[in-house]
Design a protein around this ligand. Sequence first.
Ligand SMILES: C[S@@+](CC[C@H](N)C(=O)[O-])C[C@H]1O[C@@H](n2cnc3c(N)ncnc32)[C@H](O)[C@@H]1O
Length: 246
Amino acid sequence: MSEQLKHDSITPYNTDASKKEQVAAMFDNIAGKYDFLNHFFSVGIDKKWRKKAIKELALDKPESILDVATGTGDFAFEAMRLKPTKMVGIDISDGMLNVGREKIKKRNLTEKMEFINADSEDLPFENNHFDAVTVSFGVRNFQNLLKGLKEINRVLKPEGKVVILEFSKPRKFPLKQAYFLYFKFIMPVVGKLVSKDKSAYAYLPQSVMAFPEGKDFENIMDKAGFNSVNIQPVTGGIASIYTGRK
Ligand SMILES: C[S@@+](CC[C@H](N)C(=O)[O-])C[C@H]1O[C@@H](n2cnc3c(N)ncnc32)[C@H](O)[C@@H]1O
């Protein structure tokens, strides 16, 4: 059993259900509004981050890619620019996956893309299977971060690359102050109004605040077995791109 980290116990609803059950229920609840709120809250910057993160794989030219915690699939669709022959997305929320599956059909990508319900901490793939693994805004939600990262390492081929995009905390004035105000006060109120889930957009800042970032996250990636770990903060540190190799 992998070690539990402090952030692993941050949950959306604070009920007796496991973090995984609560997270899946929360994303099922907000699935219909997720894409809108995502781009609205980030004023579209998330699209730039996704592009930049996926460029990290350009030289590798991966043929098979796994997008973990794919949700409605935005990171997976961005990775399709790399022209892989196979892209698999996994997620524990069918609500989110169904939105993504509709996009696959609309974009005529059913031959190359498949979204399946699976848990990042127990991936239904054999060892050394994928050329690359991607995760955007997913690792923060894992029930057991180290276990999830070890699973990603297991299914990657030797020398395969992982690219992880996740929120982090800006450290410099005035972005730091503006970010905390926006994240703690504006986002939960607007998120509640639009998604009708009063916990979801309160959980978001809580989970970001408690999440190990920068060097702390690098240490966990090392423990999970990744080499050549690199950290690239984007937009003053609001988010960070982490890469590593098996
Ligand atoms: C914030 S969304 C990110 C979705 C997408 N990657 C994106 O960038 O828009 C987080 C996703 O992680 C999924 N998730 C959380 N824990 C998971 C786990 N243990 N295994 C698979 N997916 C998980 C949630 O269901 C949710 O769809």
